[in-house]
Design a protein around this ligand. Structure first.
Ligand code: SER
Length: 318
């Protein structure tokens, strides 16, 4: 990885991955792109270009201009937002990816493409979901993710493109807020706990889902792209997870810091249906075996760090 392009650099994952990549590979070697202008303070120094990945020309120009050899493709609409506008979501999630793969083929770039727990569906085994199993998702987001996994496999087998990717669980972070995801509750709950000591959760108390703290998501993305390709049997769509939790678990750990915290449930039927169609917990042994995946944070250590960072960010003492 010498010249890296981050597509969707202002999003939840992109904004933190960008900083880590710039620290590791040098700010000038990591080109941030998004469809809107950046806030300079957030992204630090380094090149920034406006790129709409659904427009292959704008992508191609930037790849040529900076002689890019590696692309992290993070532009996507998340699950709940995608259900509100499926046509728009399909265009961005699929045609954007197709363009990135085409450009990677043409310019011999390696490419990181995130998939998701959403690539599974209601008839997937829900507990300890295997790496290779039934995938019949019922959301447009999940359909775009499983199609993306297949497309990445195809570009590797058919054209030799160095495609790699993971299936991310819900990601919890303290910097950029997620938007339009079904797992967003797990971020909102921390902010609401600090601000109001109360959270109205749109998923029921026992909704079990895999989650991960952002530093682990960033580490996974970089480690997979740095991994020895001869050891990768799966390449794309590795199951990864750090914890399998539900809203009650989160509320209980938050109460250790804010004893008066209360959680109440106002279930959103659409989001509940989406969450119920996803696994309870993933088997991430292929990622462990093939490229040494291991998360650093569990629920307790993540929560400690979240409260430390958010207290500073929100200017409160806990
Ligand atoms: N976090 C995503 C969502 O909730 C899943 O990939 O849509």
């Amino acid at each position: 990885m010498k010249k890296i392009l981050v597509v969707g650099a202002l999003g939840q994952i992109g904004s933190e991955l960008l900083i880590a990549l710039r620290e590791k590979y040098g700010a000038d070697n990591v080109i941030a792109t998004d469809i809107r202008f950046r806030n300079k303070e957030d992204e630090g120094d380094g090149p920034f270009e406006i790129v709409d990945c659904t427009d292959i020309r704008s992508l191609s120009e930037v790849v040529k201009k900076y002689q890019i050899d590696t692309i992290f493709h993070l532009a996507a609409i998340l699950s709940a937002a995608a259900e509100e506008k499926p046509q728009f979501a399909w265009n961005l999630n699929m045609n954007g990816l197709y363009n990135v793969l085409e450009i990677s083929r043409e310019h011999k770039c390696s490419v990181f493409v995130p998939s998701s727990i959403a690539a599974f569906g209601p008839n997937t085994p829900q507990d300890f979901t295997p790496q290779d199993t039934i995938q019949r998702p019922t959301t447009i987001y999940g359909i775009s993710k499983v199609s993306g996994e297949l497309l990445c496999d195809y570009f590797h087998k058919r054209f030799g493109v160095d495609t790699r990717g993971v299936r991310f669980p819900g990601i919890i972070s303290n910097k950029t807020l997620p938007g339009g995801g079904t797992t967003d509750y797990a971020v909102e709950i921390y902010y609401e706990a600090i601000k109001h000591k109360k959270y109205f959760c749109y998923l029921g108390p026992n909704t079990q889902l895999d989650m991960m703290y952002m530093p682990d998501a960033v580490k996974a993305s970089i480690d997979l792209m740095e991994a020895d390709p001869s050891k990768l049997k799966h390449r794309n769509a590795f199951n990864i997870t750090a914890m399998s939790i539900n809203p009650e678990d989160l509320a209980n750990v938050i109460k250790k810091y804010i004893p008066t915290f209360q959680i109440q449930y106002r279930v959103d039927p659409m989001k509940q249906r989406i969450a119920d169609s996803w696994p309870n917990s993933l088997d991430d042994s292929a990622a462990k075996e093939e490229w040494g995946w291991k998360p650093d944070y569990d629920l307790e250590t993540m929560t400690k760090d979240m409260f430390e960072k958010l207290a500073v960010k929100l200017g409160v003492e806990l």
